[in-house]
Design a protein around this ligand. Structure first.
Ligand SMILES: [Zn+2]
Length: 383
């Protein structure tokens, strides 16, 4: 079974430069291909793309050769996947989402899908054309031959998602194996196991009082004795609420990373703020970003994988029983589907996230079997 483990890299400045260059070459090649096949009359096929790549791109941009040739060559597969997804969505009557140009600094990544082009030894990663080995923060969790590596850069840090063909995995593992977490509106979180983590009442009450005090303060005249006292009161309460918030974030991230090997969450930065505005405030002023960072931080320490669902993944709108899409305004608390499913809205979303996580972990395996190729990059792990 193919399983991916994403590990933070500790590159030297020279190694980081190579990785940046590889990300840049891959992005450049991808965008050149897309620009070419966007023109009228140009019809996308992998074969046509390969001809264009060999005959034009590699000639015009000889600096592609500064990094492993597979970095740019594999951009063809990536774009092929993007086109396939586009056509699949068109066929399914969904919003198509034509492939878009990659921007610098947004999901920078590249993949090597040929085991001869890289290898992992203990906590070190070798990549073709890079003379030194890159240190990794930990060893891959799974043992077995490595099939593919996807290097990505997020917030200045490099990560390697290493795909391993392993016998370690027990498909009948207990519930503690993987969990989908929906950060609900009413409760803090609903887990796909059916558990609910209630919102912290103290924190809720504190936030309410804080809002009231701040309103009062803004009505008081500046400089008056009264105003100074009120100000101090607000500052004190602010500190207390901030501590409560930290405690809530610590406890939830701690529980999750202790109990589960894989945690599947939504892209909270984007979606949480829009969907769960009120609760997002209750957890953190900066939205769910802090919570996610805490989960990811502890996950790294405890060797736990965090799968972040694509921001467009309709976790609330999909029936977790049959996959049908439904209109789910926030007021609808129950997912009712004509397949017979009737489930609490947040629990349904959590189950969808769990399924998303399982698909992500196994996706590469399926694609390999279906097409006989090494499949799409494990990038989807972090999409
Ligand atoms: Zn259904």
């Amino acid at each position: 079974m193919l399983l991916a483990h994403k590990i933070e890299l500790r590159p030297t400045p020279e190694q980081a430069e190579y990785l940046d260059r590889a990300c840049g070459s891959r992005r450049h090649c991808y965008n050149q291909l897309l620009a070419h096949f966007k023109q009228t009359g140009a019809k996308w096929s992998k074969w046509a793309a390969y001809q264009f790549y060999i005959g034009e791109l590699r000639v015009r941009f000889p600096w592609y050769a500064e990094v492993s040739a597979r970095v740019t060559r594999n951009a063809i597969d990536d774009l092929d996947n993007a086109f396939r997804n586009f056509f699949r969505r068109v066929k399914a009557g969904e919003k198509p989402g034509f492939p878009v140009f990659k921007k610098k600094g947004v999901h920078d990544s590249f993949a090597l899908r040929e085991s001869a082009k890289f290898d992992v030894e203990g906590r070190e990663l070798r990549i073709e054309k890079l003379p030194t080995r890159i240190k990794m923060r930990q060893r891959p969790r799974f043992t077995g031959p490595t099939k593919q590596v996807t290097i990505s850069k997020r917030a200045g840090k490099f990560y390697a998602a290493i795909l391993v063909d392993t016998q370690d995995y027990d498909p009948k593992a207990p519930d503690g194996d993987i969990v989908g977490v929906d950060f609900g509106v009413k409760s803090l979180a609903v887990l796909s196991t059916g558990e609910t983590v209630p919102a912290n009442q103290k924190l809720k009450a504190g936030l309410k009082r804080l809002a009231r005090l701040q309103r009062n303060l803004s009505r008081k005249q500046k400089g008056s004795n009264h105003g100074a006292r009120a100000k101090l009161k607000v500052a004190k309460l602010h500190a207390r609420v901030s501590n409560q918030r930290k405690a809530v974030i610590h406890e939830l991230s701690d529980q999750l990373t202790r109990r589960f090997k894989t945690i599947v969450i939504e892209d909270l930065n984007v979606r949480g703020m829009v969907r769960n505005r009120s609760l997002a405030r209750a957890v953190s002023d900066a939205g769910f970003g802090t919570l996610r960072a805490a989960i990811e931080y502890k996950a790294a320490l405890r060797d736990v994988t965090v799968v972040v669902a694509d921001r467009w993944f309709p976790s609330s709108r999909t029936c977790s029983g049959c996959g049908q899409l439904h209109d789910m305004p926030l007021s609808r608390r129950t997912m009712e589907c004509d397949c017979g499913l009737s489930l609490d809205r947040d629990l349904n979303a959590a189950r969808n996230l769990e399924q998303y996580g399982r698909r992500t972990l196994l996706g590469d395996l399926k694609r390999t079997q279906e097409t006989g190729q090494t499949g799409s990059p494990a990038r989807s792990l972090t999409a």
